[in-house]
Design a protein around this ligand. Structure first.
Ligand SMILES: NC(=O)c1ccc[n+]([C@@H]2O[C@H](COP(=O)([O-])OP(=O)(O)OC[C@H]3O[C@@H](n4cnc5c(N)ncnc54)[C@H](OP(=O)(O)O)[C@@H]3O)[C@@H](O)[C@H]2O)c1
Length: 172
């Protein structure tokens, strides 16, 4: 069973995904969507992104952290030193667990390095144009087909409306 590589990101209308090593918005229901979508699948995270998510492994899925620091170790998570190793390990774990997809949860460096081999993009468009210091890398939309487009109104206490999109790479 070939393992698909999926990037998952919440992106402002201006491309911003982060500010000061945190998200530039608070949208509880979108974060729940992220957790539910990645549940049971290997999840690859850059070291900064991992630490920004509370510095402890997200439960119910193999967390694969990418860092250049050979001394970095996290109990309950896998630590690797290249994106290639992350993808290789993710595929091995997915096959062992009988799932057909691994997720790339960012941040920007990790998205940029994995975009060329991605099969699907789970992009939540957050309807804000926040200030930020990290952006989703540019990509050619013409190479992707939208397979999901679902608008969500902000719930009480949430910073913005958002649209969940899933894009699949066109064949050929
Ligand atoms: N909106 C979203 O969906 C979303 C998703 C993810 C993250 N974010 C935001 O993005 C920001 C964090 O992302 P970021 O782009 O700053 O950092 P990041 O990609 O999460 O992590 C960068 C770190 O990954 C390691 N790394 C990067 N490339 C590597 C390579 N080729 N080989 C080995 N290790 C490598 C390095 O770790 P070492 O320094 O340890 O060597 C590097 O400092 C935060 O603001 C976060 O909230 C947003």
């Amino acid at each position: 069973m070939p393992v698909k590589i999926s990037l998952i990101a919440a992106v402002g209308e201006n491309g911003v995904i982060g500010r000061d090593n945190d998200l530039p918005w608070r949208i509880r229901s979108e974060f729940k969507y992220f957790k539910a979508t990645t549940m049971g699948r290997p999840l690859v995270l850059g070291r900064k992104c991992y630490e920004s998510l509370g510095n402890k492994p997200l439960p119910g899925r193999a967390n694969i952290i990418v860092t250049r620091n050979k001394d970095y170790a996290v109990e309950g998570a896998h630590v690797v030193h290249s994106v290639e190793d992350a993808l290789r390990l993710g595929a091995q774990i997915a096959e062992k667990d009988g799932v057909d997809e691994i997720f790339i949860g960012g941040g920007a460096d990790i998205y940029r390095l994995t975009l060329p081999v991605a099969d699907r993009l789970y992009l939540t468009e957050v309807h804000l144009k926040p200030e930020g210091d990290v952006r989703f890398p540019p990509f050619d939309r013409a190479q992707w087909e939208e397979t999901k487009n679902e608008f969500h109104k902000a719930q009480e206490g949430e910073d913005a409306d958002y649209t969940i999109k899933v894009l699949a790479r066109k064949a050929g």
